[in-house]
Design a protein around this ligand. Sequence first.
Ligand SMILES: [Zn+2]
Length: 132
Amino acid sequence: MIDNYPIPTSCSYCSNEVIYTSNAVIYGREYGNGRCYKCTGCDAYVGVHTGTNIPLGRLANRELRELKKDCHALFDPVWKQNKNIKREHAYGRLANVLGIPHGECHFGWFDRDMLHQALTILRQPDWYKGVS
Ligand SMILES: [Zn+2]
């Protein structure tokens, strides 16, 4: 199932136009599924779900990308290193603690404030206790 995040048309950081383009404009060559939404005025961008034009989440600038990376560095080992914890359950647990619907619990969807809230939770060693 693909979650639908709205297609960006103008940049939330600098208000310039956002275009659907090859991600070679970011990486120097096409990477992954090769497509992205890219701001024409700053370095904000977001990838798409493969085979679609549906963005993976909100347009991210450097700060947001760093915050997302920090979240994944704390979150991913929980389900990758615990055989009895499934990824979806870990997201469900995080959603519960954040007080948001499970379907909206994607780091790529979070804004700066939500990412900071998530990081605060993820830094507590036992945040995922209760995941089954
Ligand atoms: Zn921009």
